[in-house]
Ligand binder design. Structure first.
Ligand SMILES: *[C@@H]1O[C@H](CO)[C@@H](O)[C@H](O)[C@H]1NC(C)=O
Ligand SMILES: *[C@@H]1O[C@H](CO)[C@@H](O)[C@H](O)[C@H]1NC(C)=O
Ligand SMILES: *[C@@H]1O[C@H](CO)[C@@H](O)[C@H](O)[C@H]1NC(C)=O
Ligand SMILES: *[C@@H]1O[C@H](CO)[C@@H](O)[C@H](O)[C@H]1NC(C)=O
Length: 406
């Protein structure tokens, strides 16, 4: 009896220790996808412990955040559904299209006080458990028309400090979705010391995706795990290098969550470039035809005006389910017959290629999610955050990463 009890206690403390180490299992819920196939009822709540409602946009009015692009009417139900499943409900503020007024909102002490009050009021109004700042990006232009200042990073830190001085602000989970380099300092370089942020943020979620895409010079991995043994020109960033950079700048690894992608980017690649000459083996980093951006899945932007009122070309994005819809993958998430496949061992991400349509996609699958989960666990990171919950198919990706991160 006693040895069994001891064994149970050891097992119990092991489970507690590991769950303490990798406690964030999160995803973003995109409100604008509720009416196109991913309603709240489709969320597999039991797979997660945190969900970020995306996005509340910054506005020119310091007293309001806008849910215009993400269906405000859903947020109360989102919060009650999350709570019914024991999941923390957070609001993600900003995003690619919603970061226009971040800089001006934090520019002065007066603005920070008002903006902090707006955020706290919003948290109280919707009974939220946390705020995920998704400022893309402090002192680094994102969509093209963001307000921007060389003091953005310092002012952002001041805003977070104001929030933490509030008793409500001190009690919620505050995180930030960040790029693969530490916040840009006033000289435009990655900050060498982000330890101040570590004091006021529960964690950062590194957006290790969109590393390669239509803007790149060749096809490359959307969400590389590693790039240290790629040639130097192919080292555009990865989870490994990003975590090292943030950690070196003073963000403890157990306050780093890895952002993972339930989608991929497509490229138009001629068969003569796609294959290693004389074989049917897919080539690494092939050239692609920029003038022929393939259309992505049913959620792809087919060309529209962005938040800056500038025309945006089709993105060519395939969600994981979109690759199944598009004939690249089977319903089990494996390569469909007639499709060429390559798993890149450096980036630990897969590629698929349809020779007839000449479309190549760099994406993530169960194998790459397992590799990322293993890295999260081994490196002692805080967990993962997936863009976006609605990208998965039958929980294939989330089950793969949950099998190693819990
Ligand atoms: C949100 O939509 C309302 C109604 O269409 C409009 O009056 C308001 O200006 C919009 N707010 C933002 C920030 O776009
Ligand atoms: C403070 O916020 C207001 C309202 O958004 C804005 O008009 C003003 O420019 C901001 N101050 C600074 C210095 O950016
Ligand atoms: C990244 O690649 C280097 C080799 O360049 C290797 O030593 C390291 O273990 C790799 N890390 C991961 C997490 O794959
Ligand atoms: C490859 O693309 C062609 C042309 O679009 C399409 O007819 C075919 O079904 C695709 N192959 C697979 C396996 O989906």
């Amino acid at each position: 009896m006693l040895p069994l009890l001891a064994a149970c206690l050891i097992l119990l403390s092991f489970v507690q220790a590991t769950s303490g180490r990798s406690s964030v299992r999160a995803a973003w819920y995109a409100g604008w996808h509720a009416t196109v196939g991913y309603p709240l009822s489709a969320i597999s709540w039991d797979k997660y412990n945190t969900m970020y409602y995306s996005f509340a946009a910054t506005t020119s009015d310091l007293s309001s955040l806008s849910l215009n692009a993400s269906d405000a009417s859903l947020l109360p139900q989102f919060v009650s559904d999350a709570h019914a499943h024991g999941v923390e409900a957070h609001i993600a503020i900003g995003g690619w299209g919603g970061s226009i007024y971040f800089s001006s909102s934090v520019a002065t002490a007066e603005n920070r006080t008002m903006f902090a009050k707006t955020i706290i009021d919003f948290v109280n109004k919707y009974d939220l458990d946390g705020v995920n700042f998704d400022w893309e990006y402090p002192n680094h232009q994102g969509i093209g028309c963001n307000t921007i200042s060389s003091d953005d990073t310092a002012n952002f830190l001041s805003l977070l400090q104001v929030l933490r001085q509030d008793s409500k602000g001190d009690s919620i989970t505050i995180s930030a979705a960040v790029s693969i380099s530490p916040f840009v300092d006033s000289n435009g370089n990655p900050s060498t010391d982000v330890s101040g942020f570590a004091k006021v943020l529960d964690y950062v979620a590194i957006m290790d995706y969109d590393i390669w895409g239509s803007w790149s010079s060749t096809v490359g991995p959307n969400a590389p795990l590693n790039d240290t043994f790629a040639t130097s020109s192919d080292q555009q960033g990865s989870a490994v290098s990003a975590v090292n950079a943030w950690s070196k700048a003073g963000m403890p690894v157990d306050q780093i969550v890895l952002g993972v992608a339930a989608y991929g980017h497509s490229f138009s690649v001629n068969p003569s470039d796609a294959f290693v000459s004389g074989t049917k083996t897919l080539a690494t980093y092939p050239a692609f035809d920029k003038s022929k951006q393939p259309l992505g899945d049913a959620w792809d932007n087919t060309g529209s005006m962005d938040a800056c009122d500038v025309y945006e070309e089709p993105g060519g994005t395939f969600r994981f389910w979109g690759l199944i819809d598009g004939g690249f993958l089977t319903k089990k998430g494996t390569t469909a017959p007639g499709i060429y496949y390559r798993y890149d061992l450096c980036s630990q991400t897969p590629y698929v290629y349809n020779e007839t349509s000449e479309v190549m996609v760099s994406y993530d699958n169960a194998e790459s999610f397992t590799a990322k989960g293993t890295y999260i666990y081994d490196r002692g990171l805080r967990g993962y955050a997936m863009w976006e919950a609605g990208g998965d198919y039958n929980n294939i990706l989330i089950d793969a990463i949950n099998s190693v991160v819990y």
